[in-house]
Structure formats: C-alpha cells, structure tokens
Design a protein. Sequence first.
Length: 511
Amino acid sequence: MTVAADSATGAASLVQSVDWLAIAPPVIAASVALLVLVADLFVSERRKPLLGYGAVAGLVAALALLVPLRAGDRSTFCLTGGTQACSYTADHFALVIQALVLGGALLTALLSIGDTRKLPAGEFWFLLLSSAAGAALLPAARDLATLVVALEVASLPAFALVGIKRGDRRSSEAALKFFLSSVVATAVMLLGVSFVYATTGTMHLTEIAARLDDVPDGFSTLAETGVVLTLVGFAFKTAAAPFHFWVPDTYVGAPLPIAAYLSVVGKAVGFSGLILVTVIGFPAYADVWGPALAVLAALTMTIGNVAALRQTATRARSAVRLLAWSSVGQAGYLLVPIAAAAYSSDDQIGSTVAYALMYAVVNLGAFAVAALVARSHPGNRLGDYRGLYATRPLAALAMGFFLLCLAGLPPGIIGLFAKVTVFSSAVDAGLGWLAVVMAVNVVIALYYYLRWTAALFRAPETAPASEGVPSVPVHRVPAPLTWAITLTAVAGITLSGAPQLILRFAAVSLF
C-alpha cells in the first residue's frame, strides 16, 4: 500500500503543469490557422475574402490575450526536479516581441486581403497564421529544443508564402533561394546545438549558462565550437552579412505583403532567438560572441546601406530592392546593442527591442504605401513615386514620414531617439569604433532616404503630347490597405510624440 502510494506520488511529480493562459497567444494563432484551412473546404469562391477577415480576427484575439499577461511573471512546462528551469516563460521580453510579431502579422493580413484574389486563399491564410504562431512561440522559448522548433514553425510556412504565386518564375526563384539559405542555417545551427548539448547535458538555457561556467578542459573546444555554430545559424536568420545574399531577390520575388512580413516579423524572430541564446544561454562565452557580433554589425550595416545607395530610379522593382537593402542595413543597427551586452550588461538588450519596435511600425508603413503604388505601377520603380503628392497627398505624407523615421530625422522623432539609444549602447560598452562606423552609415542612409522623400513632392514627369502616352489611372484603394497605412502612421506619430517610451525600454531589463 505504501509502495503504491509512493509510486503514485513519484509519477505525479513527473507531470508538468500547463498554464494555458501563458501559452494562449501562439495557441490561438495556430488554432485559427487550422480553422481557416478547414473552412476553405466549405466556403464558396465568392466568399473566400471572409477567410482573410477571419485571420484578422484571430490575430486580434491573440494580441488581446497578451493583456492579462502584462505582469510578465508566468512560466510553464517547468522541470519538476527542484530546479527553476522552464521551457516557456512569458516575461516582459517575450510579451513585447509577441506583440511585435502578432501586430506585424495583423498588418500583413490587412495588406493581403485585397491582394489574394489570384492566390489560393485557404493555403495563404493558413501559412501566414502558422508562421505567426511559430514567431509568437519563439521569444517565450527557454530551451534549445523549443527554440529550434519555434524557429522552424515560423520559417517553413514562409518558404511557401514566398513562392505562392504559382507560375511566376521570379517567385519560384525567390522561394528556392530563401529555402536553400534557411536549410543551411538550420543545419549549421542544429550542429551547434548538438555540440552545446554534448558539452552541458541539458537543453534549458538557464541550466546551460550555469554549466558552461565550469566546462572541463577536454570539452572547452567543443563548447566554443557549439556556441559559434549556433550564432552562425542565427546570423543567417537575421540576414546579417555575409549571410544576407538571399534578401533582395526574396523580397522582390515574394508577394509584397510577404516581403513586408519577412522584413519585420522574420527579423524579430531571428533577433529574439539570437538574444536568448547569447544573453541567457551563453553569457560565459561573451568574450567569443561579443567581438563576433560587433564585427557582423559593422559589416552588415555597411553592405546594406552601400547597396541601397546604388539603386536607380528606372530599375524595375527598385523601390522594393531599396527597402530590402535598407532592412539589411537596419539589421546591422539592431546587432549593436546585442554585441554591447557582452561588454556591459543585459540592459543593453532593451535598445535592440526599442529599435525593433520603431522599425516594425515604420517599415510596415513604407511597405503598405509601396503596395498602394504597385496597384497603379506594377513595376514599382523608385521613379514611380515621383509626384505622388499630386495624386495621393495623404499617402505621400505618410511615406515621407516613414522614410524620415528610418533616416532618424524630424518629424520622425521616434527614429532619432531609437538611433541615439543604439549609439549610446555602443559608447557605454566601450565600442567607440563601432559607434563611428554606425555614424558613417547613418550619413550614407540619409542620402537615399532623403532622395526618395524629395521625389514624393517633386512635380510629376509629363510625357510630351506627341507621344500620346496615356495617363495612369488612379485605382480605388481597398479599405484594409487604407487601414494598414493609417494604423502605422498613427502608431509612428504617437511614438514620435512620446519618445520617452524608447528611452524607458533602453533603460530597463526585460528579463
């Protein structure tokens, strides 16, 4: 009788409790994805747009469920052996990144509602929601197994989304490049994860951090190699140079809303994973990943900005290419505080999160205006934006504001403050040389952002009457696209009116 009771007690102690409220945001996104896929079987072609609105409602519900978690004190799937290690933690870092990725997915959905007429609706919304579920899971993951699974759940549907324009050679090529680069990244990362596990005997990040502090001499090389390979895998995911080569062609070949999604949500996924493994899992090897990330940051921002500078106004899809190269340059800025955390404190991570929030809002807004222009100018050249103020003054004003935010100039105060916090993190960590490189790159970026902004308000080019070139008709803007531009503009203006929010993020620890 006693043996049976002890056996029952022992069995009960092995059962992990599940906090359903803590995991609700990614679960809701995944559940709605399945509902949309099943509903697609029974919805007539005429009612397919309802699937898009269902996806939007699901993302709104997932965002709403972040509110009860705002205290940031919930964990679940925890070990029962007396340690405090958990696989899922809804702390402030996780909640902020979840709000970013779910909000980015929501804006992507709004951009997509009017542009999915030629795409398989059920599959499109299922893939988008599935990717968003993985992206929402990743910042809360606190063990390497969950981290890798979340990363792949976020990435695998994105491959299909990039190549979902059937029969389009450019879309297929973009999907292939994206797939091959991501597969290589995953293979390298898994090799690194296996080395770390072989060294420490655990998958939980907090346990790894404790055991890497005292690695036997015979395993030190294996541990360092595992740390480096894991970082290389995440460098692919974040589009850090020299692992950025897939970005421009992927963005150009993908449907425009998906390019916007990759530029914001894809980056948030990569950077949040990079932050977790470096700051929480590998602090003992800060002398390895700190200098490496500093060099990657300098290289990434330089290559991205120089390539963006070379885009010409007459090249087809040059507007999207410029935004793609700009996103590479912005990735370099995002890497700076992570590198600085190796030299000072974890509080520097707040600067990366603050910059990511600013970038997400204004970059999604810029892609929304690009989607608007693409309706009348499918080529989406930089030259197509000349004189936009004459035909769509509100869109031109919004685009000008977004570009000035990315450049860090007034009235885009939020962009200025975000850049100042990143710059300060490098200076405070003693990385003066990196601060100088960043300052030079900010000046380079000013040129192409201001050149594009100026084109919006210049007189439109008019063809001579003898050429008989018909004027381009002004198409009616779908309501969801208008909502997306309005939401991003309002959010950007609100943040510019309260830049202390950025300073608050940069001054506190999110873990």
